[in-house]
Design a binder for this molecule. Structure first.
Ligand code: ZN
Length: 326
């Protein structure tokens, strides 16, 4: 009979070898996420206008029509306005919880943890990035650095260009915002490729500006085509990154609201076209729920699922959405 110590040591050694062997055979790729909000593009427009970058992303995963606005006539009803939409995405809750009903003069209720706070609490080693035309997304909606919002910080910040008039001087039709969207998407693509942040938010604004001025028009459709070219820079960055790193990238592209059916100039109400948004993603782990009109609040738990984060009970019990990613 072998010495008991030797026997168990041999077993441990064997277990170590087989564990190591398995790890070598099947390395687990690190999950990474980039979600992109492109402002104010109704589903019928994104489906009509040629958008090869969105098509390429959806080809890898899926495309679906989706809903914004919450339950009509109930306490969660949320205006189809930009900041309320971003808040519903980043907190997974409707406006009766996150308390953002308009774009300015707002007091977000930070008790409903946004995605970045969730990630920094549950996986503090992950790196967070934001690429945005609008600085308020970081400083006000997310409450970066605020004690009452959890006092977390981004590792990469690319925003603030709207205040940089020397680099982006005002142009007719606010076209400097298009220049800023260009810079934001180029930087996002480059930084994703070189640094691979674990969770990134990219926000592109110009499509909404054009639609407010021209409504449904060739100008708006042209702005959507140019948005898609910017998206191509981000998608190319992800693909280049994935070719050389053992990483599993989730890309989700969506919009924050539709537009009125008569002119396409306005939004904010609960009409079908204002509520009908869309999502495109490269995820290969979509559940049937993805094709059953998911809501903007479903993105939060889906991203958590991709990152392998189990949402703590005190956060999960407030969520208004459910994951469409296995
Ligand atoms: Zn908007």
């Amino acid at each position: 009979m072998p010495h008991p110590w030797r026997f168990s040591a041999a077993l441990i050694w064997l277990a170590l070898i087989s564990f190591h062997g398995a790890a070598l055979a099947e390395p687990v790729p690190s999950p990474k996420v980039v979600f992109v909000i492109v402002d104010g593009i109704p589903a019928d427009v994104i489906e009509r206008v040629p958008t090869p970058a969105i098509d390429a992303i959806a080809e890898a995963g899926g495309y679906t029509r989706a809903a914004m606005g919450g339950p009509i006539g109930a306490s969660g009803e949320t205006p189809t306005i930009s900041a309320p939409g971003y808040m519903s995405l980043i907190t997974g809750t409707w406006a009766n919880k996150h308390n953002v009903y308009k774009n300015y003069g707002i007091s977000p209720d930070y008790r409903y943890w946004n995605l970045f706070r969730l990630v920094s609490a549950e996986k503090p080693e992950l790196r967070l990035a934001i690429f945005s035309t609008w600085t308020d997304n970081r400083t006000i909606l997310l409450g970066e650095g605020l004690a009452e919002a959890g006092n977390w910080r981004f590792d990469v910040v690319v925003d603030g260009f709207e205040d940089d008039e020397s680099r982006f001087p005002p142009r007719p039709m606010d076209a400097q915002i298009a220049d800023i969207d260009d810079a934001v998407s180029r930087e996002a693509g480059k930084l994703i490729e070189s640094k691979g942040p674990d969770l990134s938010w990219v926000y592109l604004q110009y499509t909404d500006d054009v639609a407010h001025k021209y409504g449904d028009s060739v100008e708006f459709e042209q702005a959507v085509i140019e948005m898609d070219e910017r998206l191509h820079a981000i998608w190319s960055g992800v693909q280049a990154r994935q070719r050389v790193h053992e990483e599993d990238w989730l890309v989700i592209v969506t919009t924050d609201h539709g537009r009125d059916a008569v002119t396409g100039r306005t939004h904010g109400g609960q009409s079908e076209r204002e509520r009908t948004i869309w999502m495109a993603t490269n995820s290969q782990r979509l559940t049937p729920d993805f094709y059953a009109t998911p809501e903007i609040v479903d993105i939060y738990p889906s991203i958590a699922s991709h990152l392998g984060i189990s949402i703590p009970e005190q956060v999960a019990r407030h969520l208004d959405g459910a994951s469409f990613i296995k």
